[in-house]
Design a protein around this ligand. Structure first.
Ligand code: TRP
Length: 337
Protein backbone atom coordinates (compact mmCIF):
# COMPACT_ATOMS: atom_id res chain seq x y z
CA UNK A 1 0.00 0.00 0.00
CA UNK A 2 1.16 3.49 -0.75
CA UNK A 3 2.38 5.29 2.31
CA UNK A 4 1.28 8.83 2.92
CA UNK A 5 4.02 10.72 4.66
CA UNK A 6 3.62 14.08 6.31
CA UNK A 7 6.14 16.04 8.29
CA UNK A 8 7.35 19.59 8.71
CA UNK A 9 9.33 22.23 10.53
CA UNK A 10 8.64 25.45 12.35
CA UNK A 11 10.24 28.29 10.41
CA UNK A 12 12.19 30.22 13.03
CA UNK A 13 15.54 30.39 11.24
CA UNK A 14 17.67 28.52 8.75
CA UNK A 15 18.19 24.78 9.07
CA UNK A 16 21.42 23.33 10.46
CA UNK A 17 23.32 20.06 10.46
CA UNK A 18 21.16 18.76 13.31
CA UNK A 19 18.12 19.06 11.04
CA UNK A 20 20.08 17.55 8.18
CA UNK A 21 21.12 14.47 10.11
CA UNK A 22 17.93 14.07 12.12
CA UNK A 23 15.35 14.63 9.41
CA UNK A 24 16.29 16.12 6.04
CA UNK A 25 18.45 13.19 4.92
CA UNK A 26 15.73 10.77 5.92
CA UNK A 27 13.09 12.71 3.98
CA UNK A 28 15.17 12.74 0.82
CA UNK A 29 15.61 9.00 1.17
CA UNK A 30 11.86 8.47 1.64
CA UNK A 31 11.20 10.66 -1.38
CA UNK A 32 13.69 8.89 -3.61
CA UNK A 33 12.82 5.31 -2.69
CA UNK A 34 9.44 5.83 -4.35
CA UNK A 35 6.04 4.48 -3.34
CA UNK A 36 5.57 7.27 -0.82
CA UNK A 37 3.27 10.22 -1.21
CA UNK A 38 5.11 13.02 0.57
CA UNK A 39 3.88 16.23 2.14
CA UNK A 40 6.22 18.66 3.86
CA UNK A 41 4.76 21.53 5.78
CA UNK A 42 6.41 24.78 6.75
CA UNK A 43 4.55 25.20 10.03
CA UNK A 44 4.40 28.97 10.30
CA UNK A 45 1.24 28.97 12.42
CA UNK A 46 2.88 26.71 14.94
CA UNK A 47 5.97 28.93 14.91
CA UNK A 48 3.74 31.91 15.67
CA UNK A 49 2.38 30.26 18.82
CA UNK A 50 5.53 31.41 20.61
CA UNK A 51 6.60 34.19 18.24
CA UNK A 52 3.44 36.28 18.05
CA UNK A 53 5.37 39.47 18.76
CA UNK A 54 8.06 38.76 16.16
CA UNK A 55 6.10 37.65 13.08
CA UNK A 56 8.83 38.99 10.76
CA UNK A 57 11.19 36.31 12.08
CA UNK A 58 8.71 33.61 11.07
CA UNK A 59 7.82 35.26 7.79
CA UNK A 60 11.45 35.68 6.71
CA UNK A 61 12.27 32.11 7.69
CA UNK A 62 9.63 30.59 5.42
CA UNK A 63 11.65 31.10 2.25
CA UNK A 64 14.92 30.20 4.01
CA UNK A 65 13.53 26.85 5.12
CA UNK A 66 12.18 26.24 1.62
CA UNK A 67 15.66 26.96 0.22
CA UNK A 68 17.17 24.49 2.66
CA UNK A 69 14.67 21.86 1.50
CA UNK A 70 15.49 22.41 -2.15
CA UNK A 71 19.21 22.49 -1.43
CA UNK A 72 19.25 19.01 0.13
CA UNK A 73 17.31 17.53 -2.76
CA UNK A 74 13.66 17.65 -1.82
CA UNK A 75 11.96 17.92 -5.16
CA UNK A 76 8.63 19.74 -5.53
CA UNK A 77 7.77 17.46 -8.46
CA UNK A 78 7.73 14.52 -6.08
CA UNK A 79 7.05 16.13 -2.73
CA UNK A 80 4.32 18.63 -1.97
CA UNK A 81 5.96 21.44 -0.04
CA UNK A 82 3.49 23.93 1.44
CA UNK A 83 2.84 26.61 4.03
CA UNK A 84 0.58 25.76 6.97
CA UNK A 85 -1.14 29.16 7.21
CA UNK A 86 -2.32 28.90 3.61
CA UNK A 87 -4.53 25.90 4.40
CA UNK A 88 -7.65 27.29 6.12
CA UNK A 89 -9.05 23.80 6.68
CA UNK A 90 -6.39 23.12 9.31
CA UNK A 91 -7.62 25.57 11.96
CA UNK A 92 -11.17 24.45 11.27
CA UNK A 93 -10.25 20.83 11.94
CA UNK A 94 -8.36 21.98 15.03
CA UNK A 95 -11.51 23.55 16.41
CA UNK A 96 -13.49 20.31 16.14
CA UNK A 97 -10.66 18.22 17.57
CA UNK A 98 -10.28 20.53 20.58
CA UNK A 99 -13.64 19.22 21.79
CA UNK A 100 -12.19 15.73 21.97
CA UNK A 101 -9.15 16.72 24.06
CA UNK A 102 -9.12 17.68 27.74
CA UNK A 103 -7.08 20.47 29.27
CA UNK A 104 -5.57 17.88 31.61
CA UNK A 105 -4.40 15.83 28.63
CA UNK A 106 -2.72 18.88 27.12
CA UNK A 107 -1.05 19.66 30.44
CA UNK A 108 0.51 16.21 30.49
CA UNK A 109 2.28 16.58 27.12
CA UNK A 110 5.97 16.26 28.08
CA UNK A 111 7.29 18.18 25.05
CA UNK A 112 4.96 21.11 25.67
CA UNK A 113 5.86 20.97 29.39
CA UNK A 114 9.58 21.28 28.74
CA UNK A 115 9.04 24.00 26.14
CA UNK A 116 7.01 26.00 28.69
CA UNK A 117 9.99 25.73 31.04
CA UNK A 118 12.57 26.63 28.40
CA UNK A 119 10.63 29.63 27.21
CA UNK A 120 9.91 30.78 30.76
CA UNK A 121 6.16 31.06 30.16
CA UNK A 122 5.37 30.09 33.78
CA UNK A 123 1.79 31.15 34.46
CA UNK A 124 1.41 33.18 31.26
CA UNK A 125 1.25 30.46 28.65
CA UNK A 126 -0.28 31.67 25.38
CA UNK A 127 -3.44 29.62 24.82
CA UNK A 128 -2.48 29.06 21.20
CA UNK A 129 0.84 27.62 22.27
CA UNK A 130 -0.80 25.41 24.86
CA UNK A 131 -3.05 23.79 22.29
CA UNK A 132 -0.60 23.52 19.40
CA UNK A 133 -0.44 19.73 19.71
CA UNK A 134 -4.09 19.67 18.60
CA UNK A 135 -3.29 21.87 15.63
CA UNK A 136 -0.55 19.37 14.82
CA UNK A 137 -3.18 16.62 14.97
CA UNK A 138 -5.02 18.56 12.27
CA UNK A 139 -1.80 18.91 10.21
CA UNK A 140 -1.34 15.17 10.19
CA UNK A 141 -4.92 13.93 9.88
CA UNK A 142 -5.91 16.41 7.16
CA UNK A 143 -3.61 14.50 4.81
CA UNK A 144 -4.55 11.07 6.20
CA UNK A 145 -0.87 10.55 6.81
CA UNK A 146 0.02 6.95 7.53
CA UNK A 147 3.58 7.80 8.56
CA UNK A 148 5.17 10.81 10.25
CA UNK A 149 8.97 10.94 10.22
CA UNK A 150 10.07 13.10 13.18
CA UNK A 151 12.51 13.23 16.07
CA UNK A 152 11.71 11.50 19.36
CA UNK A 153 10.66 14.82 20.93
CA UNK A 154 7.63 14.65 18.64
CA UNK A 155 6.47 11.29 19.92
CA UNK A 156 3.81 12.84 22.22
CA UNK A 157 2.28 14.65 19.24
CA UNK A 158 1.95 11.46 17.24
CA UNK A 159 0.47 9.68 20.25
CA UNK A 160 -2.07 12.44 20.63
CA UNK A 161 -2.88 12.25 16.92
CA UNK A 162 -3.61 8.56 17.26
CA UNK A 163 -5.84 9.21 20.26
CA UNK A 164 -7.85 11.92 18.55
CA UNK A 165 -8.21 9.92 15.32
CA UNK A 166 -9.42 6.90 17.24
CA UNK A 167 -11.79 8.95 19.40
CA UNK A 168 -13.17 10.78 16.37
CA UNK A 169 -13.86 7.62 14.40
CA UNK A 170 -15.47 5.98 17.41
CA UNK A 171 -17.54 9.00 18.41
CA UNK A 172 -18.89 9.71 14.95
CA UNK A 173 -19.09 6.06 13.94
CA UNK A 174 -17.11 6.44 10.74
CA UNK A 175 -13.68 5.48 9.59
CA UNK A 176 -12.60 8.93 8.45
CA UNK A 177 -9.30 9.62 10.18
CA UNK A 178 -6.09 7.60 10.00
CA UNK A 179 -3.94 6.71 13.02
CA UNK A 180 -0.38 7.41 11.85
CA UNK A 181 2.84 5.64 12.75
CA UNK A 182 5.97 7.50 13.70
CA UNK A 183 9.20 6.98 11.75
CA UNK A 184 12.13 7.76 14.06
CA UNK A 185 15.55 8.73 12.72
CA UNK A 186 18.11 5.92 12.36
CA UNK A 187 19.82 5.01 15.64
CA UNK A 188 22.40 7.56 16.76
CA UNK A 189 21.17 10.19 14.31
CA UNK A 190 18.33 11.63 16.33
CA UNK A 191 20.15 14.39 18.13
CA UNK A 192 23.35 15.85 16.82
CA UNK A 193 25.39 17.57 19.52
CA UNK A 194 26.31 21.22 18.95
CA UNK A 195 29.87 22.36 18.25
CA UNK A 196 30.25 23.39 21.91
CA UNK A 197 29.59 19.83 23.05
CA UNK A 198 27.09 21.12 25.61
CA UNK A 199 23.79 20.01 24.17
CA UNK A 200 21.77 19.31 21.09
CA UNK A 201 22.58 21.57 18.15
CA UNK A 202 20.08 24.40 18.26
CA UNK A 203 19.59 27.93 17.13
CA UNK A 204 18.97 29.20 20.66
CA UNK A 205 22.26 27.76 21.95
CA UNK A 206 24.16 29.32 19.05
CA UNK A 207 26.14 26.12 18.52
CA UNK A 208 25.13 25.21 15.01
CA UNK A 209 26.63 24.77 11.58
CA UNK A 210 24.08 25.85 8.97
CA UNK A 211 23.48 24.45 5.51
CA UNK A 212 23.86 28.01 4.27
CA UNK A 213 27.19 28.67 6.07
CA UNK A 214 30.08 29.76 3.86
CA UNK A 215 33.23 27.64 3.60
CA UNK A 216 34.96 30.12 5.91
CA UNK A 217 32.23 29.97 8.52
CA UNK A 218 32.31 26.19 8.50
CA UNK A 219 36.07 26.17 8.94
CA UNK A 220 35.94 28.66 11.82
CA UNK A 221 33.29 26.62 13.59
CA UNK A 222 35.19 23.38 13.14
CA UNK A 223 38.41 24.92 14.44
CA UNK A 224 36.56 26.16 17.54
CA UNK A 225 34.93 22.80 18.25
CA UNK A 226 34.90 21.23 21.70
CA UNK A 227 37.32 18.28 21.91
CA UNK A 228 38.95 16.77 24.99
CA UNK A 229 39.80 19.53 27.47
CA UNK A 230 42.49 17.31 29.06
CA UNK A 231 44.27 16.72 25.78
CA UNK A 232 46.77 19.51 26.15
CA UNK A 233 49.96 18.39 24.44
CA UNK A 234 49.94 16.50 21.16
CA UNK A 235 51.68 13.51 22.74
CA UNK A 236 49.03 13.18 25.51
CA UNK A 237 46.49 10.39 25.13
CA UNK A 238 43.14 11.89 24.16
CA UNK A 239 39.55 10.95 24.77
CA UNK A 240 37.27 10.18 21.85
CA UNK A 241 33.98 9.88 23.77
CA UNK A 242 32.23 13.22 24.08
CA UNK A 243 34.78 14.72 21.69
CA UNK A 244 32.67 16.56 19.13
CA UNK A 245 35.18 16.16 16.31
CA UNK A 246 34.93 12.38 16.57
CA UNK A 247 31.17 12.47 17.04
CA UNK A 248 30.91 14.36 13.75
CA UNK A 249 33.39 12.08 12.00
CA UNK A 250 31.24 9.11 13.05
CA UNK A 251 28.20 10.80 11.53
CA UNK A 252 29.63 12.45 8.42
CA UNK A 253 32.68 10.50 7.29
CA UNK A 254 31.87 7.53 5.09
CA UNK A 255 35.43 6.22 5.47
CA UNK A 256 34.85 4.30 8.70
CA UNK A 257 38.28 2.63 8.63
CA UNK A 258 40.00 5.96 8.52
CA UNK A 259 37.89 7.20 11.45
CA UNK A 260 38.84 4.10 13.46
CA UNK A 261 42.54 4.68 12.72
CA UNK A 262 42.27 8.29 13.84
CA UNK A 263 40.49 7.27 17.04
CA UNK A 264 43.17 4.68 17.87
CA UNK A 265 45.94 7.18 17.20
CA UNK A 266 44.21 9.92 19.22
CA UNK A 267 43.66 7.59 22.18
CA UNK A 268 47.28 6.45 22.13
CA UNK A 269 48.59 10.00 21.99
CA UNK A 270 50.52 11.80 19.29
CA UNK A 271 47.60 13.11 17.27
CA UNK A 272 46.83 16.79 17.74
CA UNK A 273 43.45 18.52 17.76
CA UNK A 274 44.39 20.78 14.87
CA UNK A 275 45.03 17.76 12.65
CA UNK A 276 41.72 16.07 13.39
CA UNK A 277 39.88 19.35 13.00
CA UNK A 278 41.49 19.97 9.62
CA UNK A 279 40.44 16.50 8.55
CA UNK A 280 36.86 16.98 9.77
CA UNK A 281 36.80 20.33 8.00
CA UNK A 282 37.63 18.60 4.71
CA UNK A 283 34.91 16.02 5.26
CA UNK A 284 32.27 18.64 6.07
CA UNK A 285 33.31 20.96 3.27
CA UNK A 286 32.92 18.13 0.78
CA UNK A 287 29.44 17.30 2.13
CA UNK A 288 28.20 20.86 2.36
CA UNK A 289 29.63 22.44 -0.78
CA UNK A 290 27.14 20.93 -3.23
CA UNK A 291 24.28 21.70 -0.84
CA UNK A 292 25.40 25.31 -0.42
CA UNK A 293 25.84 25.76 -4.15
CA UNK A 294 22.39 24.43 -4.91
CA UNK A 295 21.00 26.70 -2.20
CA UNK A 296 22.69 29.74 -3.70
CA UNK A 297 21.39 28.87 -7.16
CA UNK A 298 17.79 28.60 -5.88
CA UNK A 299 18.22 31.77 -3.80
CA UNK A 300 18.81 33.77 -6.97
CA UNK A 301 15.13 33.48 -7.78
CA UNK A 302 13.16 33.71 -4.54
CA UNK A 303 10.00 34.54 -6.49
CA UNK A 304 10.23 31.13 -8.12
CA UNK A 305 10.61 29.53 -4.69
CA UNK A 306 7.51 31.35 -3.45
CA UNK A 307 5.63 30.26 -6.59
CA UNK A 308 6.63 26.67 -5.84
CA UNK A 309 5.26 27.07 -2.29
CA UNK A 310 2.05 28.56 -3.62
CA UNK A 311 1.53 25.68 -6.03
CA UNK A 312 2.26 23.21 -3.22
CA UNK A 313 -0.16 25.00 -0.91
CA UNK A 314 -2.95 24.87 -3.50
CA UNK A 315 -2.38 21.16 -3.93
CA UNK A 316 -2.33 20.59 -0.18
CA UNK A 317 -5.49 22.63 0.28
CA UNK A 318 -7.42 20.34 -2.06
CA UNK A 319 -6.48 17.31 0.01
CA UNK A 320 -7.31 19.03 3.31
CA UNK A 321 -10.66 20.25 1.92
CA UNK A 322 -11.64 16.68 1.06
CA UNK A 323 -10.84 15.48 4.57
CA UNK A 324 -12.66 18.40 6.19
CA UNK A 325 -15.71 17.60 4.10
CA UNK A 326 -15.65 14.00 5.31
CA UNK A 327 -15.17 15.18 8.90
CA UNK A 328 -18.19 17.48 8.67
CA UNK A 329 -20.24 14.74 7.05
CA UNK A 330 -19.37 12.42 9.90
CA UNK A 331 -20.31 15.05 12.45
CA UNK A 332 -23.53 15.81 10.61
CA UNK A 333 -22.81 19.50 10.18
CA UNK A 334 -22.72 19.69 6.39
CA UNK A 335 -26.16 21.34 6.54
CA UNK A 336 -26.38 22.67 3.03
CA UNK A 337 -25.03 19.78 1.10
N1 TRP B 1 6.21 20.27 15.83
C1 TRP B 1 7.16 20.19 14.73
C2 TRP B 1 8.46 20.86 15.20
O1 TRP B 1 8.50 21.51 16.21
C3 TRP B 1 6.68 20.88 13.47
C4 TRP B 1 5.39 20.35 12.93
C5 TRP B 1 4.21 21.03 12.80
C6 TRP B 1 5.14 19.04 12.45
N2 TRP B 1 3.26 20.25 12.28
C7 TRP B 1 3.78 19.02 12.05
C8 TRP B 1 5.91 17.87 12.33
C9 TRP B 1 3.17 17.86 11.56
C10 TRP B 1 5.30 16.72 11.84
C11 TRP B 1 3.95 16.71 11.46
O2 TRP B 1 9.46 20.72 14.53
Amino acid sequence: MERIILTGDRPTGKLHLGHYVGSLQNRVKLQNEGGNKMFIMIADQQALTDNAKTPEKVQQSVVEVALDYLAVGLDPEQTTIFIQSQIPQLPELTLYYLNLVTVARLQRNPTVKSEIQEKGFNESIPAGFFMYPVSQVADITAFKATHVPVGDDQQPMIEQTREVARDFNRTYQQDVLVEPDIILPPKGQGRLVGIDGKGKMSKSLNNGIYLSDSADEIQKKVMSMYTDPNHIRVEDPGQVEGNVVFTYLDVFDDDKEKVQELKDHYRAGGLGDVKIKRYLNEVLQAKLKPIRERREAFAEDKDAVMAMLQAGSLKAEKVAAQTLDEVKDAMGINYFK
